[in-house]
Design a protein around this ligand. Structure first.
Ligand code: B12
Length: 426
């Protein structure tokens, strides 16, 4: 009997791992409502189409086939001409193009072969540009996040990636180079690990590299488990879905207790996902799916049962409040350390963006700022005439030193809170 035990253990280990399941019936209602709300936002023609939104709709168990088709057409109108046969976008748009290509793989009506081939060629070119353009800095021109998305998209399309391109990512992981931007280190490490898992699963590399990729994916998963906070999150609430995709993609959600703790934490915090971009990032894992599933999408018999929900209206908060707004500039290029310090009176419940607008209208101070539209919302790009450069950005903090987990349009400061806009490096 005792002799048999190790053999039994080995047999259990050799069984195929259980696929990851979506959380049970008890939470199906709120998860479905989130999908329906994302579909509602996707139907708004005033919003630019975003491939991540399309991916989230396609990876769900229920669909609105006409809604998805319309959205795909809008995506194609917005993207196809950008990366046509001759149009070269400068600087490289590695991440955007990668997400668009992932979207095209998730559709049941793929574009013609020639158009697809041209996009794949552009993505390969961007990966090279991204690296060559910044070799002396030791990181891609865009970011490791976008670079990893690029490798992942090529892999999901079953396109071979040059070994050197893969090795740059492996080396970056080994050096710990993903930890550039605080909490977003987890997002980046997770996307890279997904790319590694995909390359290994699709057998797109030789046996030796496959072994290295397997070890790197395992290392990334271990790192996430170790970094899991007492709140159950890997990194923060917004990076957790990316980390969970790694467990899903490697069929290890049933064996890793950290995964179910993270799922519980997400389900308790679904109200944190209010923007189309954040909903799109969380929904796949709430359905037990990862971006690797895009490689094997089946289009038969998709239930055409999802109907859109309108976004919930903001609740009005009565009264007024005051926000203490401070602008700090600690970098060498700054004229001085503190550029602005003022109390800004605003209606209660106002977003940080509206606080900034109110500050510009204050007669007693000269405050200026500018934003750029991104799929995540307005990105604060300039304050007091100082534009964020390539590796610097206007970081949003709550005093004394808490980096905000939302952008200017979504964060709502409390009465008498001090908000710091600090020019920081990443
Ligand atoms: C790289 C990155 C950054 C870089 C972007 C610079 C660059 N050239 O790449 C830097 C360090 C500047 C950055 C800054 C911030 N980021 Co950031 N970032 C990311 C990350 C890891 C990847 C984004 C990306 O490349 N996507 C792929 C490309 C193809 O998509 P894209 O939409 O075109 O990407 C652009 C925008 O997303 C924009 N961007 C990046 N972060 C943010 C955050 C907000 C709120 C907005 C509106 C835009 C924006 O820069 C990207 C590159 O141009 C994501 C992780 C994730 N899970 O999405 C977090 C992420 C989007 N960031 C986040 C946050 C909170 C911020 C900050 C608000 C942090 C802070 N307290 O200051 C600031 C933005 C402040 C501002 N000035 O408005 C959150 C957003 C959560 C949410 N509720 O929406 C994420 C999800 C990270 C996380 N897990 O918390 N970020």
């Amino acid at each position: 009997m005792w002799l048999l035990l190790p053999l039994l253990g080995a047999a259990v280990l050799a069984l195929p791992a259980q696929p990851c399941e979506a959380p049970g019936e008890a939470v199906a209602g709120p998860v479905r409502a989130l999908s329906a709300r994302l579909l509602g936002l996707a139907g708004d023609p005033a919003r630019d189409p975003d491939p991540s939104v399309y991916l989230a709709l396609r990876l769900g168990p229920e669909h609105s086939l006409r809604g998805e088709e319309r959205y795909l057409r809008r995506l194609q109108d917005a993207f196809q001409h950008r990366y046509g046969r001759s149009a070269e976008v400068e600087p490289p748009e590695t991440g955007r193009l990668a997400l668009y290509l992932l979207g095209l793989q998730a559709t049941c009506h793929p574009p013609d072969h020639g158009a697809l081939r041209s996009l794949v060629t552009w993505l390969k070119f961007y990966l090279e540009e991204d690296w060559t353009g910044s070799r002396h800095h030791g990181h891609p021109l865009t970011s490791y996040y976008q670079y990893s998305l690029g490798v992942l998209a090529l892999c999901v399309h079953r396109k071979r990636v040059r070994e050197e391109v893969i090795r740059r990512l492996l080396a970056a992981q080994a050096r710990g180079s993903f930890s550039h931007a605080g909490a977003s280190a987890t997002d980046t490490a997770a996307v890279a690990a997904l790319a590694f898992a995909c390359l290994e699963r699709q057998q797109l590399v030789g046996a030796r590299l496959a072994g290295e990729l397997r070890a790197a994916t395992r290392g990334a998963r271990r790192g996430m488990e170790e970094a899991q906070g007492p709140d159950g999150f890997f990194g923060n609430v917004y990076s957790t879905p990316w980390a969970m995709q790694v467990f899903i993609a490697t069929n290890s959600c049933q064996t890793q207790p950290g995964y179910s703790r993270a799922m519980d934490a997400l389900l308790e915090n679904l109200d944190a996902f209010t923007t189309a971009a954040t909903m799109a990032q969380v929904l796949p894992v709430l359905h037990g799916r990862s971006y690797l599933d895009i490689a094997s999408m089946r289009c038969q018999e998709e239930p055409d049962t999802l109907t859109p929900l309108s976004p919930e209206p903001q609740t009005e908060v009565p009264g007024n409040m005051t926000v203490h707004l401070v602008v700090e500039c600690p970098l060498p290029q700054c004229p001085q350390d503190q550029l602005y310090d003022q109390m800004v009176p605003v209606p209660a419940g106002t977003s940080l963006l509206d606080v900034l607008v109110a500050a510009t209208a204050l007669g007693s101070s000269n405050f200026t700022f500018d934003t750029q539209d991104t799929p995540q919302g307005p990105f604060l790009s300039q304050v007091q005439g100082l534009e964020a450069q390539k590796r610097s950005y206007w970081q949003l903090l709550r005093a004394p030193d808490t980096s905000l987990q939302m952008g200017v349009a979504d964060y709502r400061p409390a009465d008498e809170e001090t908000i710091i806009l600090r020019l920081s490096e990443w």
